[in-house]
Ligand binder design. Structure first.
Ligand SMILES: [Zn+2]
Length: 79
């Protein structure tokens, strides 16, 4: 799936483990060395930027809201 930021500003979303990783079916959190702690992955889109993302991002409420409000455009990929 392609996600495009169609606003005039940078958008950043935290992909919370309990929501995003569950929907994805694997943990996408970032592991911070040296202590091995994890923190949620972050999705950042500059204005006008398009990114190929996993469909699971739509399970993150803030992302779904941004799509519903027309701030992000979600397109099905061709594969
Ligand atoms: Zn995770």
């Amino acid at each position: 799936m392609i996600l495009a930021n169609i606003t005039d500003g940078r958008k950043t979303f935290v992909l919370a483990h309990a929501v995003y990783c569950s929907a994805l079916g694997r943990c996408a959190c970032l592991r911070a060395l040296p202590r091995g702690r994890t923190r949620a992955a972050v999705l950042s889109l500059d204005e006008g930027e398009e990114l190929r993302v996993a469909r699971a991002v739509l399970s993150v409420p803030a992302v779904a809201r941004a799509v519903a409000r027309g701030r992000l455009r979600a397109e099905e990929g061709l594969r």
